[in-house]
Design a protein. Structure first.
Length: 255
């Protein structure tokens, strides 16, 4: 069974890689004017099911539905139907031939195939010309492509941080494949876990190295604010971290 699961993931990955070609076909028929672009597709929520296998990726504008048979449908999310932090919510989206409804419910969920524990239970329904199906599965928020990479600190509270001001530039780096983060405080390195839920962001299990800091640094202030973060905003190449409504830290994307 595990081999079948690996095979499905491989097929799903191939399907997504080729979705740009399929997307143009779908979009030309779509009654909506929004155009799908693979390069700018920025999924922050992922869901999957087994028996039969299926996969869903979702960002603010599109839902991409894939099966192992290389069948793919790209849907435009209806206005006022964006996934937010609620206990139970239905996301609706359409294309020229089908409608998809995703009922997303907070609660632990297991796919029965791996050791992963998902944070949401999924009920999926597609109705239309060629596909009519109802499926159950599991979902979770994922690290969006726009967040992945290295971010250097540019402001701490109200103080601007000039580039190369410190011997070691404070930074944070998000991993694409899991919810781990690494970084530097301007002296010691650190690692930890990040939890994402729509625009919420929390750090946990933060471990810091114990090197003596003899050069000028802001380590204590950095860690104090870092541990208070509750949510974030992305403004182009600027990452803003907040403690509730208070802006605490700003970072610039470097890679």
């Amino acid at each position: 069974m595990n081999k079948l699961w690996v095979l499905f993931l491989s097929i799903a990955a191939f399907s997504y890689t080729s979705c740009k070609t399929n997307a143009h076909r779908v979009d030309k028929e779509n009654v909506n004017t929004k155009q799908f672009n693979e390069a700018s597709f920025n999924p922050y929520f992922s869901a999957l099911g087994t028996e039969p296998f299926w996969n869903v990726q979702m960002d603010d504008m599109f839902i991409v539905y894939t099966t192992p048979e290389n069948k793919m449908e790209i849907f435009v999310i209806n206005e006022n139907s964006r996934l937010v932090n609620k206990e139970n919510q239905t996301i609706s989206a359409t294309n020229a031939n089908h409608k998809i409804d995703l009922v997303v419910t907070k609660g632990a969920c297991s796919d029965g195939m791996s050791d992963q524990i998902f944070t949401h239970q999924i009920n999926l329904q597609i109705q239309g010309k060629w596909i009519n199906t109802q499926q159950k599965g599991c979902g979770k928020f994922v690290v969006a492509k726009s967040l992945v990479g290295k971010w250097e600190l540019s402001a701490l509270n109200d103080d601007e941080i000039a580039a190369n001001k410190y011997l070691k530039t404070p930074y944070i780096e998000f991993n694409e494949n899991n919810f781990s983060v690494v970084g530097n405080t301007s002296c010691n390195g650190f690692s930890g876990l990040v939890t994402l839920n729509e625009n919420e962001m929390n750090f946990s299990k933060v471990a810091v190295t114990k090197m003596m800091c003899v050069h000028d640094n802001i380590e204590s202030s950095f860690l104090k604010e870092f541990n208070t973060i509750t949510n974030y905003k992305l403004n182009g190449g600027v990452l803003e971290l907040y403690a509730n409504t208070l802006l605490k830290m700003k970072f610039n994307k470097v890679k």
